[in-house]
Ligand binder design. Structure first.
Ligand SMILES: N[C@@H](CCC[C@H](N)C(=O)O)C(=O)O
Length: 290
């Protein structure tokens, strides 16, 4: 029997069980992850994040060769026990956890490079919480999206931010609130690795004071409906900017059931990047037998 010391954290209600395993000695089984995330029998969370040194996990060691600064790796697992490449809220909460636990040196705290299965992500601490540079993205695929509560299937737009998303625009808030996301939306064609599916409505007017405003609900791959999904929020803003064409702003405000996040597209030497900003909270710590 192992006793695991953990901390519960969240970013706009997207919640995680975090624990520290610097040398990579604690390999949780899918069953143990499902138990930790179980809201009735375990701690309850959308995912588990293991804080492991990059050198102590194969995917992290591969990253270190090119980015030696990325001392810590975010080993992210969905509530159903499957690994995911990236988590936009998770990586912000993880940065807050590393700082709070004293696992990173003071000079690293302003811009913290974190290893993920989708490469290194820089996280910045600021007055409005934590911002992560999610890097570049790929647009591709237009599957039809059917969901309980929608009379007819809608076209979606595939956007990859390290992990896969399909964004669908709905006509009005009634459609958004009428969705039943206890059942997984059906995608046609279905992506081989599955996808997180975002449903989005624009505010009226869409753009105010240079900021575009949208509302979103999400069904996450490996989890179900969550109160927020950081990479999903960025995908939603990118999809709406894509659909809107020239003249769309680069500053977006996205409201999700768990709160509000900000998305920004900005130029870099390697092309445009997208960032995600918002709160990251640690709620309590405890121990659990697994
Ligand atoms: N909630 C996350 C995304 C977590 C992973 C996702 N369920 C997947 O399987 O890709 C976020 O904030 O980005």
């Amino acid at each position: 029997m192992t006793v695991l010391s953990f901390t519960k954290g969240h970013g706009t209600g997207n919640d995680f069980v975090l624990f520290t395993d610097p040398e990579g000695e604690i390999e949780l089984s899918a069953e143990q992850i499902r138990y930790l995330c179980d809201r009735r029998f375990g701690v309850g969370a959308d995912g588990v994040i293991r804080a492991v040194r990059s050198r102590s996990i194969a995917e992290g060691a591969a990253i270190l060769a090119e980015e030696p600064e990325a001392e810590w790796f975010m080993d992210y697992w969905n509530a159903d026990g499957t690994p995911a490449e990236m988590c936009g809220n998770g990586v912000r909460v993880y940065a807050h956890y590393l700082v709070t636990e004293g696992l990173v040196s003071a000079e690293r705290r302003d811009t913290l490079p974190i290893g993920t299965r989708s490469g290194v992500k820089d996280v910045l601490a600021g007055v409005n919480g934590y911002t992560v540079d999610l890097g570049r993205w790929r647009i591709g695929g237009e599957p039809l999206v059917a969901a309980s509560g929608l009379e007819v299937a809608r076209p979606g737009l595939g956007i990859n931010l390290g992990n896969p998303h399909v964004v669908t625009a709905l006509a009005h808030e009634g459609e958004l609130s009428g969705l039943d996301l206890t059942k997984a939306p059906a995608l046609d064609p279905a992506p081989e690795d599955g996808a997180n599916v975002e449903f989005v409505v624009p505010e009226e007017p869409l753009v105010k004071d240079g900021v575009a405003r949208i509302k979103m609900r999400v069904h996450e791959r490996g989890v179900g409906e969550t109160l927020s999904c950081g990479t999903g929020v960025a995908a939603a803003a990118l999809a709406f900017r894509h659909w809107g064409g020239d003249g769309m702003p680069n500053h977006w405000r996205v409201d999700v059931p768990g709160g509000r996040l900000a998305v920004r597209m900005f130029p870099t030497e390697e092309g445009e990047h997208v960032s995600l900003s918002g709160p990251a909270e640690l709620v309590y710590s405890g121990t659990i037998e697994i």
